[in-house]
Write a protein that binds this ligand. Sequence first.
Ligand code: ATP
Ligand code: MG
Length: 452
Amino acid sequence: MKKKINKSLMGTATLAIISTLLLTVAVCYHILTTQILDDLRMYAQMAGALISVDGDRGTGDFSYVEEKMNEHQLRITLVASDGKVLYDTATDAKSMDNHADRPEVKEASLSGEGSRIRMSDTLDKNTYYYALRLEDGRVIRVSKTADNMYRLMEYSAPYVLIAMVAIFIVCGLLSVLLAEGIIRPIRLIAKDVENAEKLEEYKEMKPFIDAIRNQHADVLQNAKIRQEFTANVSHELKTPLTAISGYAELIENGMVAEEKEVRRFAGEIHGNANRLLTLINDVIRLSELDDSRVEEKMECIDLKDCAEACVNMLQVNAEKHAVTLHFEGETAFIHANKQMVDEVLHNLCDNAIRYNRNGGYVNVCVKNSIDTAILIVKDNGIGIPEEHQERIFERFYRVDKSRSKSTGGTGLGLAIVKHILIKLNATINLQSEAGEGTTITVVFPAVKETEG
Ligand code: ATP
Ligand code: MG
């Protein structure tokens, strides 16, 4: 980051220096050009006045004009109205061509004055010409050679170089300070996220700090949940394993003599082993549901068919509990994974049968509305006291631990249901009253059969 800030600052500085240099040279050159032409006009007027008053004093020599003006770098040319050169301070006038076609002379003959700048052969000098028409029609032309733009650049190059180095050093220092200023709060946040809000002077960092703090809190929360879950799993595993180990030990030590007793203990071992298997399967299922990489196959299924099949399957179980299990429903298509829907149905119906009472009933109903498919599992069993209702979807949460355990419950069923329903975009609603019964309503987004 520091490097990037340095680079961009240096780049900006270089660009600024170069553009300032070019602009300055261009402006200076323009001022210089104007100044030279202004000077030349003044000299031409002076020379014109001298020539008009004194003429050539009969000698054909106008060098006195140059001397009087005390400006030796000037070249003065006097041209007759037909273009013939009458006098030139630099060359013999007789050897010179007709000057009528020189642009500045032509311009002066026509409009009274004319000027031109011509580049010399060596390219580093310019010759400035200014021509003025005298009253008698002759044209006096004054010219001077001066440095051009390239030359100016050459002159200024060392100074520019010094300036550039100085600016570079200043920019370098500035960029270090700037980068440090930007990076400082980030470093402070990284060191201590909890107290990051104390960095009041960095208001702009607030969203960043908030995002990190939230993430941090999430990570801590997740770690806590995971740790609790591990502790719960271990605890739940321990109980049946201790029982298995105890019964096995008794048999091993020959403490159980009667065959009837052996059978009973073997039955206990079997029951606890099954409990262990159920628990392990539930834990595996939960971790599968937690893994967002696992993609479940979605298809168009009829909720009515699934519910009906589930009810039929659990009929024997219901009879065992002396509970009447009844189904009614209409066709309702949903886009879901069949195994997941079966799991939801099984868990809800199983709870309704298990937490029921002798002679109780369970009604499973599927309804189809415009864009939802509704599953209702209603029982008149023991119900759930209000204070537990919020928590029964948590992992390992059981209202009555002993009753749940005696019926083989692990407390993971509704946690699995909740996870599945989130994946299926469905919602779950619980209505229950202790001693009266429970109604669970699940609302799925419905699809038309053709959409699936
Ligand atoms: P599992 O389903 O894993 O075998 P479980 O049935 O104990 O075990 P959940 O299905 O998650 O676990 O249910 C949590 C608790 O909610 C149950 O222990 C029970 O106390 C209560 N509960 C769930 N459904 C009902 C219901 N229909 N009537 C009364 N209590 C219920
Ligand atoms: Mg259950």
